[in-house]
Ligand binder design. Structure first.
Ligand SMILES: CC(C)(COP(=O)(O)OP(=O)(O)OC[C@H]1O[C@@H](n2cnc3c(N)ncnc32)[C@H](O)[C@@H]1OP(=O)(O)O)[C@@H](O)C(=O)NCCC(=O)NCCS
Length: 357
């Protein structure tokens, strides 16, 4: 991995002129208008998992911070969950499905390889025949689709976008592998993004900036080998466990701390803000120890980091929007606050978004 590629900041850094006073960050003219969340009813506790694999509640809590996670019903799909989260985001945004002209879904557990889950959601929510597609960037998916939607809205050809991260990770977990099955859960989180008619270029509310990155040379530390064209589904591939998520947890952990720290710092400093200017960081909910190390690295107290992984585990592309919606509902984000969304995931991929609420 090239540590310098972690942020893209070498080419895009904001370098104030000598002696210049700190200016306000410049916005994109796009803002989050509403958020929504859905988690399945079934709660699977750590104690429940001790009946499946050789583990303990104490091990899971100490190493990850996770106490329980939600598991979708057998017939409940990523699209089902996305529809519920998306409908809630529309309601909170005060918009109707007919107002949306762009639907982007981030998921690594689509209902089917094709058609896209976004097309299923578009139909089920009763939208018009508008642009709909999926993006696969694993746990960074929501940051990726927020940036894609922001750029498409900025183009002037789209007005209101529904972006959704949704996952049924329980469907790709090996429930005999204690090193992975304890970590993940199911759910969906959504946001409606709109062009701000009056613009937000002068420190107003909205998305300010995003950094995205990827390093495919680390694709072998978190992946699912089967189901694509390299290992299509056969009786042998299923027996060999190729359709389950595989992970080198220790390697992922080390890289996650470094990348999320770098991306969060760069997005703030590149926009001429101090680290302490972030009222709230919404990190990908993978492991409480990763977030604690992020807090040490950024020298920010833990109450500046929103966490819900104790109750939901790691929900991949749904993780950041679920946490964002919860923070909004709990009144932890106030108008005018600077908020950083930051994530990393398989690919490896990573991203950070700076916004003003
Ligand atoms: C997975 C993770 C929790 C493991 O924690 P760790 O401290 O690195 O633990 P290790 O992998 O070194 O394993 C330590 C021991 O615990 C054991 N162990 C692993 N899972 C266990 C479990 N659920 N219960 C009990 N013991 C377990 C291992 O077998 C190992 O035993 P050994 O020393 O006898 O070989 C941690 O590495 C992690 O969170 N990594 C990041 C994962 C992640 O975020 N993935 C998603 C990215 S989007």
């Amino acid at each position: 991995m090239n540590p310098h590629s972690a942020s893209g900041s070498e080419t895009e850094s904001f370098i104030p002129a000598p002696g210049a006073t700190r200016g306000k960050p410049v916005g994109t003219g796009v803002a989050i208008r509403g958020t929504g969340a859905y988690t399945p009813e079934k709660v699977l506790t750590n104690d429940d998992i001790t009946h499946l694999v050789d583990t303990t509640d104490e091990w899971i809590v100490t190493r990850t911070g996770i106490r329980e996670r939600r598991i979708a019903a057998p017939d409940e799909t990523a699209a089902d969950m996305a529809v519920r989260a998306g409908a809630r985001a529309l309601e909170k945004a005060g918009l109707n499905p007919a107002d949306i002209d762009l639907v982007i879904v981030a998921t690594i557990t689509p209902d089917m390889p094709f058609p896209s889950t976004a097309c299923l959601v578009q139909d089920r929510l009763g939208m018009g025949p508008v642009c709909a597609f999926d993006v696969e960037a694993a746990c960074s998916g929501f940051i990726y689709i927020t940036e894609i939607a922001t750029s498409m809205l900025q183009s002037g050809r789209f007005h209101n976008a529904l972006v959704i991260g949704t996952e049924k990770l329980s469907s790709i977990l090996d429930w005999n592998d204690r090193s992975t099955c304890v970590l993940f859960g199911d759910g969906a989180g959504a946001a409606v993004l709109s062009r701000e008619e009056n613009g937000n270029g002068d420190g107003g509310r909205g998305i300010i900036d995003t950094r995205l990155g990827a390093d495919g040379s680390a694709s072998n530390i978190l992946y699912m080998p089967g189901g694509g064209c390299r290992i299509p589904a056969t009786a042998a591939s299923v027996t060999a466990g190729h359709h389950f998520l595989k992970m080198n947890g220790r390697e992922v952990f080390k890289i996650a701390v470094r990348i999320m720290g770098q991306a969060s710092q760069d997005i703030l400093t590149d926009n001429n803000l101090g680290l302490g200017d972030a009222a709230l960081i919404i990190p990908h909910q993978a492991n409480s120890r990763i977030i604690e190390m992020l807090s040490e690295r950024m020298k920010l107290p833990m109450d500046r980091f929103h966490m819900n992984l104790d109750r939901l585990g790691n929900t991949s592309a749904a993780s950041v929007p679920l946490a964002l919606d919860e923070a909004v509902e709990q009144g932890k984000i106030r108008p005018g606050d600077y908020v950083v969304l930051v994530a990393f995931g398989a690919g490896l991929t990573w991203g950070a978004t700076l916004l003003r609420w």
